[in-house]
Structures are given as C-alpha cells and as structure tokens.
Design a protein around this ligand. Sequence first.
Ligand SMILES: Nc1nc2c(ncn2[C@@H]2O[C@H](COP(=O)(O)OP(=O)(O)OP(=O)(O)O)[C@@H](O)[C@H]2O)c(=O)[nH]1
Ligand SMILES: [Mg+2]
Length: 238
Amino acid sequence: MKYLIIIPTYNERLNIEKLIKKIFATKIDLNILFVDDKSPDKTGDYIKKIQKRNSHIYLIEGDKKGLGDAYKRGFLYAIDKLHPQYIIQMDADLSHDPKYIVNLIKESKNNDVVIGSRYIEGGSIPNEWSFTRKMNSKFGNVFTKSILKFPYNDCTSGFKIIKSSVFDKDIIRSINSNGYLFQVEILYYFYKKHLKIKEIPINFKDRSLGFSKLSLKDIFEYFSKINKIKNKYNKLYN
Ligand SMILES: Nc1nc2c(ncn2[C@@H]2O[C@H](COP(=O)(O)OP(=O)(O)OP(=O)(O)O)[C@@H](O)[C@H]2O)c(=O)[nH]1
Ligand SMILES: [Mg+2]
C-alpha cells in the first residue's frame, strides 16, 4: 500500500459521506483508516456500510480517550497491519480540504514530512472564527515556536503527510499528549530526528457540521506541557 490517510472520528456521521467523496475525487490511489471511538451518532456503523462496497476503507474502533490516543492506535495499526509507504493525517470535519492531498503528496517526494500550514503565505484560518479563537490558535503557535526553538509556523496542524519509515513504534507508544499537543509532540520528534520537513499553505475551513470537542482542559494541558515535551526529546536526541 502506498498512501494511507488516518482519520480519527468522533460524531462525524454528517461529514463523512462528503469527506470520502472528496478524497476519492482526487483520483489518487488512496486508502483510508478511520479510527472511531464508538461515536454515539453511529459514525462507525456508517463506515462499516461503506466498507462493504469500498475495499480501500479500513476501520478500527476503541474507547474514547481523545485525539492523541486515537492517532496512536491508528499509527500502530497502520504500521503493523497495513504497511503504507506514506501516512496522511487529517480531520474528518472538512476543515482540511482533501484537494490539498495532491500538493502534500507532490512535496513528499523531496521531504520526509509535509505540513498543511495555515500560518505561512497563502495559508489562512476561517474568517468566521471569533477573536478569541484566532488569538488562541495564532498565539499558541507563536508561543510553541519560540519555546521549542524550531522553524515551523503551524505546529498544531493536523494535516500532514509523513514517510512511514520515520516512525518508531516505541516513540509512538510513549506519547501521551492529547489534542493539539499531540501534533506538537510528533512534530518536535520529527524535528529532533533531523527529518526534512516542509510547510505548504492550506486554507483551513471552519468545521462543516457538528461540534468542537476542544475543551478548556485541552487548552490548559497545552500550555503546561510544552516544556515536558521539550525535555523528553532533548534527552533522547541531542
Ligand atoms: N477517534 C476519536 N476521534 C476524535 C476524538 N476527539 C476528536 N476526534 C476527531 O479528531 C478530529 C479533530 O477534532 P475536532 O473536533 O475537529 O477538533 P478541532 O479541529 O480542534 O475543533 P473544531 O473543528 O473547531 O471543532 C475530528 O475528525 C474529530 O472527529 C476522540 O476522542 N476519538
Ligand atoms: Mg476540526
């Protein structure tokens, strides 16, 4: 298998049909692994229905323990069972437009990791976002960049392509960051491994339907845990 998109879902039943359509409209030979955590809106049942007529769709199910845990299970399952050459990460809520997968793949030829970035020229965040939400996201990224002293402008982006060979299963198992911090931790790991990383612009859209699962707890966790991530990887890689 060449390309596998890993998509965590929790109550995304209303977005999934359009998402799958748009992904396959790229005309690239893509596979999708959904990680659904018993969504009460029965997202999992819907995926199972589609699986019957589409052999490029995979599903694993578990208990809801947040985005980071869902990605960990997805990465490990992909590496152990599906063996893709490249893993693409994206959200299910259509805020990551599948049309950018084409550019991500193009740039992955010369890079180990390519990030769909909202904070470089040509990228954007939704106009509709409240002032607070814009500030949280922008300031969060500026803050993270300065603490971790790395050159990336969108370190919380959940839209990336990663060469699978760069993954280390023990590192994946060791991650316990959740929410946006999960994205920061894997990016910092890639950076400390001296991988070739590039940002390309994306216009990030507001979620189409459904509700945000970002809790206040996630925001507090974010600001208190950046230094822990820094220390962990600075000990592992100099
Ligand atoms: N499997 C699983 N997926 C999750 C969990 N929490 C969030 N997700 C999914 O992870 C992706 C990102 O979550 P979102 O709720 O869109 O978070 P966000 O992008 O920070 O916030 P908004 O889009 O503004 O609501 C979506 O596809 C969610 O369905 C979880 O605990 N388990
Ligand atoms: Mg979202």
